[in-house]
Ligand binder design. Structure first.
Ligand code: HEC
Length: 410
């Protein structure tokens, strides 16, 4: 019952999280598009009032005419819409999901004993520290170098190095699946913190100055813009990190950290293509196709790199009966498969614990799940989870042979 309710909590939170993230990233993409598509206002009156850009758009049957005042409008309207709940609710639902999934089941999901044999409490604390420490380092880099000569390039390089190092570390400390998610959560936390600690407070200060009739310090706008630009380049990498943790061929690879870094770089390059493309249409940038090409080339490179070796004929047979095997009764009969399942799976899929509602403790149940057992144990090698029960390659091959021979259970 508890697992069942936890699964519901997981599903509903995931649903909310994806919805809020769409709202956040959607509005963020929209404003990035807006900023790179604005043209100087045609109307003299608007220009005199301090308007710096405008765009005409048609959407959903109506015409829209947003106008931008880069520093301040002539007067503040009675109602001003703020964009922050999209970001905060994404972060809050994400943390709740992390709690339900990873903190609750730390020893299953978060910990890979072959990498780091620590207690659930220690692993959870270090995972949370990842989020905080990354933010502090990232924020210091932004503050220290932003206003120096070549500040943007230094900040960009610093943040890139930091993300690479954090990815490497996470993949060496946590189970691959959790590591990918953690890197995504770490960058997404910095994105929300940018909104919470810099963008919104800066806007509040600007408004206070306008209301007090004082000149507006442009630093707030510049800082907000810097963080908002970072957020844009983080979005595609973060989404990759969050989604890829469902694909064991990526996260369970020995060089999973490198796969993560390369795919995130590809994401950032592709985002750059989209950002520049809007301005290109107005003749502002060179054609940004190069960025898209680099992104796609990196992805294709990773696909080729990870491609499984073609199956060798009779491989199953030769692995299934390894030299020195002591099993007397042929390797693919139900008896020996059952003993593998008992040893390697029942602690999580038996009467007491039924992860994902999968029970394998009777012939009928094993038969019922045979297809997905084959999928999980042989094809994706996602099971046993983080190989916590130490299944051997020979045993995987034995399961494969049993399944391919018809998955008999008597
Ligand atoms: C340490 C605990 C653990 C062990 C050991 C383990 N599993 Fe799992 N298993 C899980 C968890 C957790 C899930 C849910 C994974 C998810 O939500 O993606 C799962 C899911 C599954 C699923 C369903 C996958 C799906 O998404 O539909 C199958 C099938 C499965 N396991 C088979 C096995 C087999 C076979 C073994 C033994 C070789 C095994 N598991 C060992 C924890 C474990």
């Amino acid at each position: 019952m508890e697992t069942y309710l936890l699964d519901w909590a997981n599903l509903l939170l995931r649903w909310v999280h994806v919805i809020t993230a769409i709202a956040w990233i959607g509005s963020s993409f929209y404003f990035v598009f807006l900023d790179s598509s604005l043209t100087p206002p045609l109307d003299e009156k608007l220009r005199k009032e301090g308007a710096t850009g405008e765009i005409w758009a048609v959407h959903g049957g109506g015409f829209y005419h947003p106008v931008k005042y880069a520093v301040q409008p002539p007067q503040l309207p009675g109602h001003l819409h703020w964009f922050y709940w999209e970001s905060y609710s994404t972060w809050l639902s994400g943390m709740a999901l992390f709690g339900v999934l990873y903190a609750f089941n730390a020893s299953t999901y978060l910990i890979d004993k072959s990498l780091m044999d620590w207690s659930p409490g220690a692993a959870i604390s270090v995972a949370l520290a990842f989020l905080v420490v990354f933010w502090m380092l990232y924020d210091s880099i932004c503050q220290l170098f932003a206003h120096r000569k070549h500040g943007e390039a230094i900040v960009g390089a610093g943040v890139l190095l930091l993300v690479c190092f954090a990815s490497w570390l996470a993949c060496h400390w946590f189970a691959g699946r959790a590591a990918f998610l953690l890197v995504g959560a770490m960058m997404a936390t910095a994105m929300s913190a940018n909104v919470f600690f810099w963008i919104i407070p800066g806007q509040k200060k600007v408004i206070a100055s306008i209301q007090a009739g004082q000149p507006v310090d442009p630093i707030h706008g510049q800082r907000g813009k810097q963080r908002s630009v970072h957020n844009t380049y983080f979005t595609l990498p973060v989404l990759f990190a969050m989604l890829s943790n469902h694909y064991s061929f990526a996260y369970s690879h020995v060089h999973n950290w490198l796969i993560l870094i390369l795919m995130m770089l590809a994401g950032a390059a592709i985002r750059q293509f989209f950002v520049l493309r809007h301005g290109y249409k107005l003749g502002r940038n060179r054609h940004p196709a190069g960025y898209a090409a680099v992104g796609v080339a990196v992805i294709v490179g990773v696909i080729v790199w990870l491609a499984p070796a073609p199956p060798v004929k009779n491989a199953t047979n030769s692995i299934a009966s390894p030299a020195g095997s002591t099993r007397a009764d042929g390797p693919n009969d139900y008896k020996s498969v059952q003993s593998i399942i008992t040893q390697r799976c029942l602690m999580c899929h038996g009467e007491a614990v039924q992860m994902k509602n999968v029970r394998l403790d009777s012939p009928a149940l094993l038969k019922q799940h045979a297809q997905s057992v084959y999928q999980q144990v042989v094809v994706t090698k996602a099971m046993p989870m983080n190989n916590s029960t130490g299944i051997t390659d020979a045993e995987r091959a034995q399961l494969a042979q049993w399944f391919l021979a018809g998955a008999k259970v008597e």
